[in-house]
Design a protein around this ligand. Structure first.
Ligand SMILES: Cc1cc2nc3c(=O)[nH]c(=O)nc-3n(C[C@H](O)[C@H](O)[C@H](O)COP(=O)(O)OP(=O)(O)OC[C@H]3O[C@@H](n4cnc5c(N)ncnc54)[C@H](O)[C@@H]3O)c2cc1C
Length: 347
């Protein structure tokens, strides 16, 4: 364990802000850490996790086991609960002191709140909601100047119709938030060892402009990210009552229920079930798409599924271009047949 001397060092490191809820780490941050490690290896620099708050010793080791060479633990009585202003100030001070080259966060509600505040305070570029990150070069078309080893920030743009690569070659750190589920959770290496640097943050009472009266943690009831099988329904189900067929098939297969945005907007299912660009990204072993057209915004969240089965009345529906198995038919007839036959076969 190291106590920081407060002397400024330009680290050029790749940083990941690791979110926590009390003594638990947010899995989405660990997914980002796996990607950060790859980027750091390419740049031949260290990857560091930044964690805020007390009782972080065990958590710091946990972060090292998921790929960090170093963990900065920021401490202060004023950082006990998340508040935008205090966390922004504490992290900006740390960044200005250590000068990482890249700063990443998971695009969770907290990451989406914190990252733009830091970027705006430091006057650096930020790309929100990236789906991939790489290290590469970029030549400025105006000046002809080539920038090597910069962060290529990749995300869908224009309503998902193009995949944009965004760079911010002028300022540091290069900042990005990454959509949940886009990066694979790295394997945990319990033998990994790293450095833990404790830093007493200089924030003061005056930096806290909000008071947390109460915190409520609502556990997720839908676990789409971990589900090996997902049965998803779209607008093609037609009514809320028909959407029950999707739930019934899912129950039979021990699967989670997914939905398109059109199905959610129509009130067939809750938003927590939405898969796609503005929902959850999933990679189950089996994805059964029922009455789903296959819009790019939906495909963005499920096209990496192991096996895709699509049921649709329209043989030209785009979902068939990525499906491994296609059934051209009415979901109101096909799903009951699947249920019946599965029951017969499993008896
Ligand atoms: C910025 C932005 C973000 C978005 N984010 C998301 C997102 O995260 N997730 C998402 O899903 N969408 C998202 N969308 C919406 C997306 O563009 C599509 O509108 C949506 O995915 C369509 O859903 P759907 O396939 O259920 O409906 P539709 O496109 O209406 O398709 C219904 C399909 O059902 C078929 N069908 C009809 N009746 C039957 C039947 N009886 N049996 C079998 N098949 C039948 C039809 O042939 C059709 O192919 C987003 C859009 C924008 C602009």
């Amino acid at each position: 364990m190291i106590k920081d001397t407060g002397k400024s060092k330009q680290t050029g490191e790749v940083w990941v802000f690791i979110q926590r809820y009390e003594k638990e780490l947010e899995e989405a941050s660990l997914e980002v850490l796996g990607k950060a490690r790859q980027l750091a290896e390419k740049l031949q620099v260290a990857v560091a996790g930044i964690i805020v708050g007390e009782h972080s010793e065990g958590l710091a080791q946990h972060i090292i086991e998921y790929g960090a060479h170093r963990v900065y633990v920021l401490n202060s009585v004023y950082l006990r609960g998340y508040t935008s202003s205090a966390y922004t100030k504490a992290l900006c001070s740390l960044i200005e002191d250590k000068k990482p080259s890249i700063m990443l966060m998971a695009a969770t509600p907290q990451g989406r709140d914190l990252a733009p505040r830091i970027a705006s305070k430091l006057r650096v570029g930020l790309t929100a909601d990236c789906t991939d990150l790489r290290i590469g070069s970029y030549t400025d078309p105006k000046t002809g100047k080539k920038h090597n080893n910069i962060l290529l920030q990749i995300r869908p743009a224009w309503g998902g119709n193009v995949i944009a690569t965004i760079v911010n070659p002028q300022t540091r750190p290069q900042m990005a938030t990454i959509r949940e589920g886009m990066m694979k959770l790295p394997a945990r290496n319990r033998a990994a060892r790293g450095e833990v640097v404790h830093i007493q943050s200089d924030i003061e009472r005056a930096d806290i402009i909000t008071t947390i009266l109460q915190q409520q943690h609502v556990a997720r009831t839908v676990n789409l990210k971990q589900a090996p099988i997902i049965v998803a329904g779209g607008a093609g189900l037609g009514t809320k009552e028909n959407f029950q067929l999707v739930r019934e098939l899912a129950r039979l297969f021990g699967a989670e229920v997914g939905a398109t945005r059109a199905a959610v907007d129509a009130g067939f299912s809750g938003h927590e079930h939405q898969i796609g660009q503005t929902g959850i990204t999933v990679r189950p072993k089996l994805y059964i798409a029922c009455g789903i057209s296959g819009a790019v915004q939906h495909l963005a969240g499920m096209e990496e599924s192991g096996r895709i089965v699509a049921i649709n009345t329209d043989p030209e529906a785009p979902i068939f271009s990525i499906a491994h198995y296609g059934i051209v038919g009415d979901v109101r007839e096909v799903i009951p047949k699947l249920i019946r036959n599965y029951r017969i076969l499993s008896h």
